[in-house]
Design a protein around this ligand. Structure first.
Ligand code: SAH
Ligand code: SF4
Length: 335
């Protein structure tokens, strides 16, 4: 910020003032930054735009989660979700427009990759979500679990995560920022070397290479053994738990034999499993959600074997908050 402002004759303390207007008070309009001189405000307004994204729609689900659709300068649509729970307010951010990894259960995957989001576009989603929540009601947690694969847009994701983490930015602790990957091993190894304590989530969703190859083609490039070795290394190096996301799909990965294999695979990796009920979206015929009894049995089986496991109650199901679905709905309405 200092470097950007230097040509306008602004000083370091001006940069701090502007950061505070943005990230503490939620003001992005330079003309309202009343502790700056009139001349500087005019110069800023002439040279810069602080808002990247335009708010298009906002939807509220019965369970309280709220989803927004944002438009980029090149008229693409990004979605982001705000998920309140008892003691947290979590923002779910997108890192790419679409995704090339084509997981069979994912609406974003079906779109293919349009382009990477910039760091500004990633961070501006949070600005919009915070504005919607109200700036006195601060967002406490970030998950990069919206559209896209963060590890395939590593630099922009990390630079947004750092802005979110910075005490001059959104000031959210690194331990409250989770980067989720479908299993891009080089990304995991790179994140491991970063100084921050960002949390790592791995979308596992299968216990054999045969099944994982089918539902998550990224597994052909980075098979289970390599992926879990990287997870173990991450956990050792950082002294942190790794979070494993596991979508329960009826008849595909929800059997007790899967639960047993999962327990075995994760045996030496300090981590936690988060079971996710599959969200079928609007017209996805390939998979069915695992029935409640099967979900329960799977959960119990893991517990019995000493696996730390939670079930994510699918917040926002009625506004289709899983990956890419609101955007798909909005596009089909436009055309
Ligand atoms: N690309 C990254 C992050 C975005 S996907 C990744 O795959 O981890 C975020 C999460 O949404 C992943 O855990 C993914 O498995 C999950 N997901 C995708 N489609 C889903 C669906 N239809 N129902 C439930 N969860 C879904
Ligand atoms: Fe991409 Fe993640 Fe969706 Fe797979 S689940 S297609 S990696 S966004």
């Amino acid at each position: 910020m200092k470097d950007i402002l230097a040509p306008l004759g602004a000083r370091a303390f001006h940069a701090r003032q502007i950061m505070a207007w943005f990230y503490q008070r939620g003001v992005s309009d330079f003309s309202r930054m009343t502790d700056l001189s009139k001349g500087l405000r005019t110069a800023l307004g002439k040279n810069f735009r602080a808002d990247e994204l335009l708010l298009m729609t906002e939807r509220r689900s019965r369970d309280g989660s709220r989803k927004i659709l944002l438009k980029t300068a090149d008229r693409q649509l990004i979605e982001s979700v705000l998920i309140p729970s008892r003691e947290r307010l979590t923002a779910c951010l997108s890192t790419q427009l679409g995704c090339k990894l084509n997981c069979g259960f994912c609406a974003t995957g079906a779109m293919g990759l349009v382009r990477n989001l910039t760091a500004g576009e990633i961070a501006d989603q949070l600005f919009h979500l915070q504005s919607m929540a109200g700036w006195q009601n601060r967002i406490t947690n970030i998950v990069f679990m919206g559209m896209g694969e963060p590890m395939l847009n590593y630099d922009a994701t990390l630079s947004a995560a750092r802005l979110i983490n910075s005490h001059l930015g959104f000031n959210i602790g690194a331990r409250h920022i989770t980067i989720s990957t479908s299993g891009i091993v080089p990304g995991i190894l790179r994140l491991m070397e970063e100084p921050e304590q960002f949390k790592l989530a791995i979308s596992l969703s299968a216990t054999t290479d045969a099944v994982r190859n089918k539902i998550m083609p990224v597994n052909k490039k980075y098979p289970l053994k390599e992926l879990l070795t990287a997870a173990r290394e991450f956990s050792n190096r950082k002294g942190k738990l790794v979070f494993f996301e596991y979508i329960l799909l009826a008849g595909i990965n929800d059997g007790l034999d899967d639960a047993d294999r999962l327990a075995k695979l994760l045996k030496n990796i300090p981590g936690k499993v988060n079971l996710i009920p599959y969200n079928p979206g609007e017209k996805n015929g390939l998979f069915k959600p695992s029935p409640p009894q099967a979900q329960h049995a799977f959960f119990e089986r893991l517990l019995q074997q000493g696996v730390a496991v939670t079930v994510r109650m699918s917040k926002g199901q009625d506004i289709s908050a899983a990956c890419g679905q609101l955007r798909a709905a909005a596009i089909s309405k436009q055309t």
